[in-house]
Write a protein that binds this ligand. Structure first.
Ligand code: 13P
Length: 337
């Protein structure tokens, strides 16, 4: 048996403990800078440090947030007063997570499709992150819906990489968050999104099985089954909740420790409403807890208020805490906007 087995099970359970979810704050430099740029915030290492400090020092964050996913830069950083972020998290009782993929790159021979890279040297990086205090990891695969895509080649290559990543994580003591994101971009219907998500999840679990992944030592981070952003017909909250749970029940083994959704470009209210309704209607039928691992749907109001100005920190933290609280309520089926 894996020496980390007991710890992995406990960590996975703690990540999805009742009323809590995971905060994704692992934006790469490129993504973080893009969001800063839009708001006129300087794209410097100092501003990224100040922003991550704002998030991690939000009072009472751990009431609603079990763990936070960091980027490599952030896990090595300190607050401006010199306290390591890992220390701040440990003191607050927030489990340390780390993004370990190297990003989604163009898939050779497959225009408009992506493959997530980062397996080379991953065993050593996992060992280093574990020593730094990390107890879970994240790897995001991207599946794009378009005219003739996704291809089997794209789905299979990404599922295989996710499974190899997950195996290395479990070997090295980190709970893998397995994140196959079917992008919301496009004009597709919710039915098409269902078909693609169904095939993707099926293939991912086939590969996880092949690589010997222990399901109660992992968390699935899926996208919801939803209409494309530019689809002329937008599914209702009820349709999204129904189709998403139907797809999960069909594909996700009962022993998976938890399901923690990404928000994927939904509005902040939608992300809470969908999660809420799934928990109201289906909690008793689902074998795994259903919660959140949102980035934008928790951070966006706080980032927009802060805008790089120290004088705005306290109010921005209240906005962040509010969205964390809303999504905590949604994970219990108790959200009202
Ligand atoms: P969003 O909630 O903004 O989709 O981000 C979640 C995430 O971690 C993407 O990898």
């Amino acid at each position: 048996m894996n020496t980390y087995s007991q710890e992995l099970k406990e960590t996975a359970k703690a990540m999805v403990t009742s009323g809590k979810g995971v905060l994704a704050m692992d934006e790469s430099h490129a993504t973080c800078n893009k969001r800063f740029d839009k708001l006129g915030i300087p794209t410097t290492i100092e501003q990224r440090q100040a922003y991550r400090e704002l998030i991690l020092t939000t009072p009472n964050l751990s009431e609603y947030i079990s763990g936070a996913i960091l980027f490599d830069e952030t896990i090595r950083q300190t607050s401006r007063a010199g306290v390591p972020f890992t220390q701040i998290m440990a003191d607050a009782g927030i489990i340390i997570g780390i993004k370990v993929d190297a990003g989604a790159k163009n898939l050779a021979g497959h225009p408009d499709e992506k493959i997530t890279e980062g397996l080379d040297g991953l065993r050593d990086r996992i060992a280093e992150y574990y020593k730094m205090g990390a107890r879970f990891a994240k790897w995001r695969a991207v599946i794009t819906i378009g005219q003739d895509i996704p291809s089997r080649a794209c789905i299979e290559a990404n599922a295989h990489a996710l499974a190899r990543y997950a195996a290395l994580c479990q070997e090295g003591g980190l709970v893998p968050i397995v994140e196959p994101e079917v992008l919301i971009d496009g004009d597709h219907t919710i039915e098409r999104c269902y078909a693609v998500t169904d095939e993707t999840l099926h293939t991912v679990f086939e590969q996880l099985y092949r690589q010997g992944i222990v399901y109660d030592e992992m968390i699935l981070k899926p996208s919801m089954v939803i209409s494309g952003l530019n689809s002329p017909t937008q599914a209702t909250v009820e349709q999204v909740a129904d189709k998403t749970v139907e797809c999960l029940l069909k594909n996700v083994p009962a022993t998976v420790a938890g399901v923690a959704f990404l928000s994927g470009g939904q509005s902040i209210e939608q992300a809470s409403e969908h999660l809420n309704l799934m928990n109201i209607k289906y909690k008793s039928q689902c074998p795994w807890p259903i919660t959140f691992s949102y980035a934008r749907a928790i951070q966006q109001p706080a980032l927009e208020y802060w805008r790089g100005n120290d004088a705005n920190i306290a109010n921005a933290q209240q906005l962040l805490l509010h969205r964390a609280k809303c999504n905590s309520a949604a994970s219990l089926g108790q959200y009202s906007s």
